[in-house]
Design a protein around this ligand. Structure first.
Ligand code: PEP
Length: 265
């Protein structure tokens, strides 16, 4: 904890992207890596909309064990290929501490998802990975618990942690989770770490992604991470929240114009 807010750099030399107070970072990509073609197409859509970091899940922590679980190592290889094709650094989720080496070999940033925020062995493992970490807030975690999870990573010598508010469980069933907008300024008042929002996984509905992104920019988030898919109706994971067409254009405009209006680059 210190007064100066940190910037975390993601990517290899020559194509490093900052996440922090000086800029607003737009990250986008498919919820799940399904094939080389789908991932490349989603990455091109994201890049054309202004995204500078590619997201995509190779290991999917699904509520149902019968749902698509991701392509695993093949998915990581696809992400690495798409990084070469587009120049976009890659963030991808890790769900098992035993996969740290293989995920770190293929990706630029390791994501710890909401279901694993308090998986302390995993936090320690990513703390030793040498890669920046995107730490999502547990859907039932307090802000204090979330910051303590970040401490587990920092304690292993890794200070390159970006926090991601992705919605919490409330009594409201209209959205999948409730994006806790107030978490952004609360975290920024307490921690030096960058904080971004994930309106796609919070809402679970594409019509809410643009309004929630605007809200996130307005409260001072350091970036946004969203799902895009070339054919949401055929997506193997979370199609209803994936952007395409008009929504993606509206989001591109919001992330281009609104940060300057709230005093960011
Ligand atoms: C994801 O980003 O792919 C994901 C599963 O998110 P969360 O952990 O926030 O549900």
């Amino acid at each position: 904890h210190h007064a100066d807010r940190s910037t975390v750099w993601v990517g290899q030399a020559g194509r490093r992207v900052p996440i922090g107070p000086e800029t607003f970072t737009f990250m986008a990509g498919p919820c799940a890596v399904e094939s080389a073609e789908q991932t490349l197409e989603a990455a091109r859509m994201a890049q054309a909309a202004g995204a500078t970091i590619l997201r995509g899940g190779a290991y999917k922590p699904r509520t149902s064990p019968y749902a698509f679980q991701g392509l695993g190592v093949r998915g990581l290889e696809i992400l690495a290929d798409v990084r070469e094709a587009t120049g976009m650094p890659v963030v991808t989720e890790i769900v098992d501490a035993r996969d740290v080496d293989v995920v770190a070999e293929h990706a630029d940033m390791l994501q710890v998802g909401t279901r694993n925020m308090a998986n302390f062995g995993l936090l320690q493992a990513v703390g030793e990975s040498g890669k920046p970490v995107l730490l999502k807030r547990g859907m039932t975690a307090t802000i204090e618990e979330w910051l303590m999870a970040a401490e587990y990573i920092a304690q292993r010598g890794n200070l390159d942690v970006v926090l991601c508010e992705r919605g919490i469980r409330t009594f409201e069933p209209a959205t999948r989770n409730t994006l806790d907008i107030s978490a952004v300024p609360v975290v920024q008042a307490t921690s030096h770490l960058p904080v971004i929002i994930d309106p796609s996984h919070a809402a679970g509905r594409k019509d809410l992604v643009v309004p929630l992104s605007r809200a996130g920019i307005a409260v001072g988030a350091d970036g946004v991470i969203v799902d895009v898919h070339p054919e949401p109706e055929n997506a193997l994971c979370d199609g209803p929240q994936a952007l395409l067409g008009d929504e993606l254009r509206d989001l591109a405009q919001a992330v281009r114009d609104l940060p300057a209006m709230v005093g960011r680059a």
